[in-house]
Design a protein around this ligand. Sequence first.
Ligand code: NAD
Length: 361
Amino acid sequence: MDQEVGEQMGDKVKEMLLSEDVPKAKKCTVIGGSGFLGQHMVEQLLARGYTVNVFDIRQGFDNPQVQFFLGDLCSQQDLYPALKGVSTVFHCASPPPSSNNKELFYRVNYIGTKNVIETCKEAGVQKLILTSSASVIFEGVDIKNGTEDLPYAVRPIDYYTKTKILQEMAVLSANSPESNFLTIAIRPHGIFGPRDPQLVPILIEAARRGKMKFIIGNGKNLVDFTFVENVVHGHILAAEHLAHDAALCGKAFHITNDEPIPFWTFLARLLTGLNYEAPKYHIPYWVAYYLALLLTLLVALLRPVLQLRPTFTPMRVALAGTFHYYSCERAKKALGYRPLVTMDEAVERTVQSFRHLRRKI
Ligand code: NAD
C-alpha cells in the first residue's frame, strides 16, 4: 500500500475511534503508555474495543488507532488535553528504578501523581487505576504469601519504593464515591515478558560478562515473577469492576502469576533457555549480605574522593536471597482475577521473544 493512502486510512480510523459514537466508558488514557507495561496495556485495551489515548514524555511506538499526547505528567497543562473526555485513566508512568535519581522519583512519582489526581478531577475522569508495586510492603526480610493487609514498609528497600508508597497512599486516599471519582491500586511484582527492556537484557549482559556464577543462599527462596499480560489483565479487570463498591474502591490489589517460583530457578530457566549456563556455586546468604554491607560502607567512606555506585548492595542481596511472594486472593475474590498465562508458557514465550540474545554454540 502506498504510504500516503496508509496514512489517510490511519487518520480515518483515528477519527472514527475518537468520535462521540464510542461510549465514554470505553475511552481511556494510559499515562506511561510508551513503556514496557504501558504498551502491552494499550494492545489489550484496543483488542477489547477501548479507544486509547497515550500520554508519555516520548512516543514509544506507532499505531494509527492510538492518539499520542506528549508531555510531562507533572504539568497540568500538558496532561489535561489527554484526559479530557475519557472515563478511565491508567497511570503506569515512572522513572526507571535504575536512574537512581531521588529528586526525579519524588517529583514524578509523588508530586506528579498528585497532579494526575487533580487533573483527572478537573477533566471529569471517573476512574483512576494506579500501577503500584508489591514492594511497598517489603523491607528486605521474608514475606510468604503476603496479603494487602500488611502495613507499608517503614524502611522500604530504596528511595524509589518510598515514592511508590507515597504515590499509592495519595491515589487511594483520593478515592471519593461522593464526587464520582474512584481509585484503585494494582501491585504487581517482577513483571516480565516480551519487549521487557530491563530484566532479560540485563541478565544476559551479566551472563556474557561472566557475572552469573553464584547463587545467594540455598536457592530455595520463592519469589513472584509476573507475566506482563497477567498484570495487564488485572488492571483491566480493576477498571471494569471499579464501581461504588466498598470492597474495591480505594483499595490495593496484588496481581501475581499465582505460581511463586524460586528466584534462582526463574533466572536459570531464562539463562538456559538462551543457551547460557545457570549459576551453580552457592554463597551463604549472610556472607553475601555482610560483604555487600562492607562494600557499601567502603564506598561511603571513599565518597569525598571517589564517586562509585555499587550494584552489589545489601538490598540487592535481600531481593535475590529472601522469600517475597504475595497472595492474590483479594483480586480473585473481588475482581474474578485468574492468571491468563501460566509460568511455563510465560517463560517459553519470553525466551522465544529474546532469541536474538541467544548465545551461539
Ligand atoms: P517503563 O520504564 O518501561 O515505562 C514507564 C513509562 O513512563 C516510560 O514510557 C516513560 O517515558 C514514562 N514516563 C516517565 N516519566 C514520565 C513523566 N514525567 N511524564 C510522562 N511519562 C513519563 O516501566 P515499566 O516497567 O513499564 O513499569 C510501569 C509501572 O509498573 C511503573 O509504575 C513501575 O513502578 C511499576 N512496576 C514495575 C515493575 C517491573 O518489574 N517492571 C514491578 C512493579 C511495579
